[in-house]
Design a protein around this ligand. Structure first.
Ligand SMILES: [Zn+2]
Ligand SMILES: [Zn+2]
Length: 216
């Protein structure tokens, strides 16, 4: 298993990177991406510190550790510039905190993230046909999340991704040890979103492809 959306104490997660990665390793994950919530105030701090951990200590765990971040509640008009700044500062990939129905995420966030060409649009909530079509065109992966609340709209995301040929990834959005789901629950949540076995396999392959591209 791979998970490309996880939080540590560098934002609102409960664990420091070493404990999160160790627990992920024990739970069966082969690669993880740490993606703490970021805005202009903290992105350099996250990338410098999580990046240092990943580079210097990551390989002591039997897990590939990537350094991303999750641009969160940044006004849509600022998302392109924030994405560029994050990449310049050394983020290996960029996630945007999408328009989940359980938080007051600004309307226009999904579209801004897709237009900015981020790597993953997390929990995109009531995403539209047009947005999913554009995500497919731009190669932006849409997220199926195992996280309670954010997961309410997984079924819509899966259905529109199928309709428009958009890529999906499956992520935990883990903030605490209990959020690191095992393979059976991960699969059950994806099946519950209406995904077929082949679509689940394709989503897992999409995550592998991101890891392999970033490890080159
Ligand atoms: Zn969070
Ligand atoms: Zn998150």
């Amino acid at each position: 298993m791979i998970d490309l959306h996880m939080h540590t104490v560098f934002s609102d997660g409960e664990l420091i990177p070493s404990e999160l990665v160790r627990r992920a390793q024990v739970a069966g994950y082969k690669a993880v991406g740490i993606t703490d919530h970021a805005d202009l105030s903290n992105f350099e701090h996250i990338i410098a510190n999580v990046g240092r951990f990943a580079r210097e200590h990551g390989h002591f765990f039997d897990v590939t550790v990537l350094t991303g971040l999750e641009i969160t509640h940044v006004p849509p008009s600022l998302i392109p510039d924030m994405t560029a700044k994050a990449r310049e500062a050394g983020a290996q990939y960029v996630v945007v905190h999408g328009e989940t129905v359980v938080e007051p995420v600004a309307p226009g966030t999904n579209l801004a993230a897709i237009e900015a060409g981020v790597d993953i649009l997390a929990h995109p909530g009531l995403i539209t046909d047009e947005e999913v079509a554009l995500a497919a065109e731009k190669g932006v992966c849409l997220e199926i999340t195992t996280r309670g609340g954010h997961s309410y709209t997984n079924g819509l995301v899966a259905a529109l991704a199928r309709k428009h040929g958009a890529k999906l990834v499956i992520d935990n959005d883990a903030h605490a040890p209990r959020d690191l789901v095992g393979p059976e629950m991960r699969r059950a949540i994806a099946l519950g979103a209406g995904m077929t076995a082949a679509e689940i396999e394709a989503a897992e392959r999409n995550s592998w492809e991101i890891v392999q591209r970033l490890m080159k």
